[in-house]
Design a protein around this ligand. Sequence first.
Ligand code: ADP
Ligand code: MG
Length: 400
Amino acid sequence: MRRTNRKLHTMPSDDLVDTFSTTFGRRPDGLWQAPGRVNLIGEHTDYNGGLCLPVALEVRTTVAAARREDTLVRMVSLDLPGDVVEVDLDHVGSDGVTGWAAYVAGVLWALREDGLAVAGADLAVTSTVPMGAGLSSSAALEASVAAAADGLFGLGLLGDDAGRARLAAACQRAENEIAGAPTGGMDQAVSLRAREGHALLLDFRDGSAEQVPLDLERHGLALLVVDTRATHALVDGQYESRRRSCERAAEQLGVSTLREVDPAGLDAALARLADAETRRRVRHVVTEIARVRGCVDALRAGDVEEVGRLFCASHDSLRDDYEVSCVELDTAVTAALQAGALGARMTGGGFGGSAVALVRADALEVTERSVRDAFATGGLGEPAFLVLEHAGGPAGPVTG
Ligand code: ADP
Ligand code: MG
């Protein structure tokens, strides 16, 4: 058992069932769970119709739930202080549900909007996914609720990938329309559709997903996730401005999305763009999509050195061309590489959140120390670490 992963191995079930029972005065009908994720490569590609390659973490959100016959959703989180939150499903779309309740009630609402026979529920949640670290605690919460709804109301959607994709779509709709976060669908897809021991290649052009074996153990490797604990103010407009820049560039190039720009013809495409900043943004997106393909090929060929090189090239591109890195992410990446990581990069939208390094399993501690020391030297806040030695499985009922 690794120190940094301790929380993951403690069973939250007893506390969760106790809290459920004392809060709602009855036993839950069951327990369901869903993983957080880390994206291996393919950043800011989703809204460009591109590719990304996330992997489910072993850290998870667990929900204890019981069905109701009315439309009330009552919920409590062990991780957030506060009273029980109550929301009526009939009012979710119109009332402006705020806070964490939006993710929970939003999923039940979206499933109902999709024509599924879903009613209210009592729910208690707890999670080992750090909140706001870019490891998608929000999608883990949504997917655990979707899995619970599947069990409580007998939807039968967890049984195959098409059903899971439908649950993921409802989760994304909840996040976009009820929680008001304009995210692209990667997080929900991997939380519901991942396969243990695999990364998930997602294609945003057609919504398809492909399993890519990720056998870290066989190569004596692990992923070290560094939660920089940094969140930078004034970043909201940055995401929107990147998105708009990509849309404008696609329009100027006469393509529906930047996915349609052939990497072989990139220089010619760039020459048609007048603005230097736009050229850099386009270069990131087009080369990043190519790097996702390269990474999948390298994983299939067992060429882990190449995977590491692609991680580094991705980070450079995000830092220099897309300009979404920050001092904490750059420090984490540089320090991991100095300690001998095969590759390292920022992961997620940027401006804080987490970095991921591909490291030899026997170098985890020295890499962690190197990052910790670099943060101290740089006067940065203390980072947190999470180790992934085995790609996690998807959302589902808690068994055993
Ligand atoms: P990330 O998904 O990167 O962790 P987000 O800002 O997208 O960050 O989502 C974090 C939000 O999700 C929290 O502020 C909270 O509203 C909700 N959330 C996640 N996990 C939990 C939990 N265990 N209990 C209550 N709310 C949660
Ligand atoms: Mg999120």
